[in-house]
Design a protein around this ligand. Structure first.
Ligand code: PCA
Length: 204
């Protein structure tokens, strides 16, 4: 099985994004719990509403993965969170890294309001927990760039690549990011975030 996995570049004044740091640390080859051999293809995504859809489309076209999983940072969350749904809206106060702000526009005009992840979200969470890594199913990926990318992946899976599974994992701050903040923020060690993502992938 070939899995395309992405992390994001830093944003919002941070100098690292644990999603990309963790994805970069994953082994290129491993076996799932069912004994299937996995090859990973990794890519760093820009934090850009307008570019992420085209980039993921080109990557999927080139790589033809069996599964596409995107990972992003969700500062303030406390565990590895496997997203259940992407919604067809772009809405956040903060601009993306291109300086673009959206307030209520659709990700894809005319698309359905939401699309469910095509992933065994509960099994992925259970696999993390079995490895003593805090994890939960999340029912909101927000309305910023992560949700936008997830929606694009699921749209592509639905419309063009029906055999491709796909979804999104949000990860908390890694400890170094939280340590320099004035206000206490939840975080996990980077090695644990990496291990958590790997456990999720092994549950596929
Ligand atoms: N997190 C942001 C976008 C990039 C990232 O890592 C989000 O949750 O939308």
């Amino acid at each position: 099985m070939k899995i395309l996995i992405t992390g994001f570049a830093p944003f919002g004044g941070e100098s690292v994004n644990p999603s990309w740091e963790a994805v970069g640390g994953l082994p290129d080859e491993f076996q799932t719990l069912k004994g299937e051999q996995v090859t990973l293809v990794k890519h760093e995504m820009p934090v850009s509403y307008d570019r992420c859809g085209q980039i993921i489309k080109e990557l999927i076209e080139r790589e033809r993965p069996d599964c596409t999983i995107c990972v992003g940072q969700a500062g303030g969350r406390m565990s590895i969170e496997v997203e259940q749904i992407a919604i067809n809206i772009k809405d956040a106060q903060s601009p993306d890294n291109d300086g673009k702000t959206y307030r209520g526009e659709p990700v894809i005009a005319g698309g359905p309001d939401g699309r469910f992840a095509k992933l065994p979200v509960r099994d992925m969470v259970s696999a993390c927990r079995a490895a003593q890594i805090p994890a939960r199913v999340s029912f909101s990926a927000g309305a910023y760039v992560c949700n936008c990318l997830m929606y694009h992946v699921l749209e592509l899976s639905e419309k063009r690549y029906p055999n491709m599974r796909g979804g999104f994992i949000h990860v908390p701050y890694e400890c170094g990011q939280a340590a320099v903040q004035e206000k206490a923020k939840p975080s996990l060690p980077l090695a644990m975030i990496t291990e958590g993502i790997l456990e999720c992938l092994k549950a596929l």
